[in-house]
Design a protein around this ligand. Structure first.
Ligand SMILES: C[S@@+](CC[C@H](N)C(=O)[O-])C[C@H]1O[C@@H](n2cnc3c(N)ncnc32)[C@H](O)[C@@H]1O
Length: 292
């Protein structure tokens, strides 16, 4: 102990030990990067599972945002995680597509699980996702709409993308309830004149562009509409929009399981039904309870 205390006084040794301690927090990432380099084919829009605890936190956040019981949210999470038809569809379509050589066949939805639950709970007539890429969000949302349809609630998905090759996963049964609008997202949104029940921003990730998307659809939102941002870990556009429109804002941070990517998240913008007691009233109630 004495020797350690003495060594700690030597500036260079103390400095190196502190640096070593800090690097141990990150070094395991290099192992994950190497494994991923061999096992994945992706170079952008990475896919992964979330840790089990993180999925529970997501379910809890969704219960609050959607004003649902935790068990009801969990049921929908289990529903999509055990959807073999969707998993086979993704594996087979990636396998067949020429663009599939840059994608992984296993369908891992990460934070998109939250999008699915929102679409199942809200039973939206219109869902919009800006930025489609290969269409993983598209098929997941259309899977929710197909199940809603079986339960008597019709709805349609619109995805927007500037890339004419985007959205190859949206095929087969999923295409019955989904359409991709090609071109600049803001232009497509201007031409979409119906009320939007669920809106997901995931296109051009500059703050200014994201904010313009929200302003473009502002008049088509109603008090039950939910707006999600896939970019809220990087910019505050949805937070700003929520403050300006008196909506609540919450951010969920995802934690990927066994992947080097540190994770993104979901920004939620919504009107809340939950009334939080006034702090003073709350204290007064506690005091009364103590007296009893
Ligand atoms: C992160 S990816 C979308 C991922 C997708 N939402 C998913 O769930 O996998 C972003 C997409 O936005 C598209 N994009 C970028 N700028 C755009 C714009 N101005 N208008 C429409 N799409 C745009 C890109 O072509 C890309 O496919």
């Amino acid at each position: 102990m004495r020797i350690l205390a003495l060594l700690k006084r030597i500036w260079l040794l103390y400095f190196l030990r502190r640096l070593w301690n800090a690097t141990t927090v990150f070094n395991f990432r290099y192992w994950q990067i190497l494994k991923w380099g061999f096992s994945s084919r992706e170079d952008t829009n990475y896919t992964y599972d979330l840790t089990e605890d993180n999925i529970r936190y997501l379910a809890s956040t969704l219960a609050l945002v959607l004003d649902q019981e935790y068990a009801a949210v969990w049921k929908y999470i289990e529903e999509i995680r055990s959807d073999r038809y969707l998993q086979n569809h993704v594996a087979q379509t990636v396998g067949k597509s020429p663009l599939g050589r840059f994608a992984d066949r296993k369908a891992l939805f990460g934070r998109r699980l939250g999008w699915y639950v929102a679409a199942r709970v809200l039973k939206p007539k219109t869902v919009v996702e800006t930025g489609v890429d290969k269409g993983l969000g598209s098929v997941l949302l259309c899977a929710a709409l197909l199940r809603n349809r079986d339960e008597g609630f019709d709805g349609h998905y619109y995805g927007t993308d500037i890339n004419p090759k985007a959205g190859y996963l949206l095929d087969g049964a999923y295409k019955e309830v989904g359409t991709i609008l090609y071109g600049d997202s803001i232009e497509s949104l201007r031409n979409l004149n119906e009320p939007i029940d669920l809106f997901i921003n995931d296109s051009d990730h500059s703050s200014e562009y994201e904010y313009r998307e929200y302003v473009t659809i502002r008049d088509r939102l109603h008090e039950k509409s939910i707006v999600l941002s896939d970019n809220a870990d990087m910019c505050t556009a949805l937070f700003r929009f929520s403050r300006e429109t008196n909506r609540q804002f919450l951010f969920f941070k995802e934690v990927p399981a066994d992947h080097w990517f540190p994770g993104a998240g979901i920004g939620f913008s919504f009107f809340s039904n939950t009334r939080v007691p006034e702090p003073k009233r709350h204290l007064a109630e506690s005091a009364t309870m103590l007296e009893v």
